[in-house]
Ligand binder design. Structure first.
Ligand code: FPP
Length: 249
């Protein structure tokens, strides 16, 4: 049975792209070479999401904690962002991708901030896929900035009001979370938004991720029963396959 015939295709996929450093180390290359290869994997994944009609893809490109990495790796990731903006945005725009860069921009260079804003403006009307490249993002930062915005506006703190101020308030919460690289952690990604995401962990290193790996995650997702706090009996009986019980991609 093809995934497109399954009812449970995720609208929003969130990915922690882990394993670039190990991919490079295995080949006696600098870590940044792994990140460069990671951009290729991201390009493949965006196309796979377009092909499979996924509406939203959010990836963790640089976390609030990544500043603690060696200076040459941090500057390598900044350079990679600049390079990706120049090289990838025109083709993403042509393919109808709407790009966003959720995250704290206060520590980024004026030139980078301008590049991010230009890419967002250029692609704002596109509607095939929303791509969130989370950069200098942290789930705790996001919740704090939302609470601070409400405090400054004198608005009450409720689940609804916080959700409206979060950095990804313009998209539904992720249905499926994928982490590559074999680690079983969420690592301060979309902490609030992933309350009911299905979790999928893959041993594949991010630079090796491709459409076939994505497909495995989609099949696993389709096998899960999403109860959102209800019981099985309360759910409408699903037409398709029984639960597989598998716990990894
Ligand atoms: C984690 O792997 C990966 C990152 C911290 C960076 C992810 C960035 C990319 C995939 C490139 C895309 C970037 C832009 C700017 C568009 P790791 O380095 O922790 O790997 P390891 O666990 O094997 O050391």
């Amino acid at each position: 049975m093809s995934v497109s015939s399954l009812p449970a295709t995720p609208a929003h996929i969130a990915i922690v792209m882990d394993g670039n450093g190990r991919w490079a180390k295995k080949r006696f290359l600098p870590r940044v070479a792994g990140h460069k290869q990671g951009v290729e994997a991201l390009r493949r994944t965006v196309q796979a999401c377009l092909d499979k009609n996924i509406r939203v893809l959010s990836v963790f490109a640089f976390s609030s904690e990544n500043w603690a990495r060696p200076a040459d790796e941090v500057s390598g990731l900044m350079d990679l962002l600049a390079m990706a903006l120049a090289r990838e945005v025109p083709s993403l725009h042509e393919r109808g991708v709407q790009i966003h860069f959720p995250g704290d921009r206060s520590r980024l260079s004026a030139r980078t901030v301008q590049g991010l804003a230009d890419a967002e403006r250029l692609t704002a009307a596109n509607n095939k896929l929303v791509l969130n490249v989370c950069f200098n993002y942290g789930g705790r930062w996001d919740i704090c900035q939302a609470a601070e915005a409400l405090r400054l506006a004198g608005q009450p703190i409720t689940e609804e009001s916080i959700a409206k101020k979060l950095a990804l308030s313009y998209v539904p919460d992720p249905d499926l979370f994928i982490r590559t690289g074999g680690e079983l952690r969420v690592s301060n990604f979309l902490m609030w938004q992933m309350a009911y995401s299905e979790l999928c962990f893959s041993d594949v290193l991010w630079p090796d991720f491709d459409a076939a790996e994505l497909q495995k995650a989609l099949v696993l997702f389709a096998s899960r029963e999403r109860r959102f706090g209800q019981t099985s009996e309360q759910l409408v009986v699903r037409e398709t396959s029984p639960k597989s019980g598998a716990s990894t991609c």
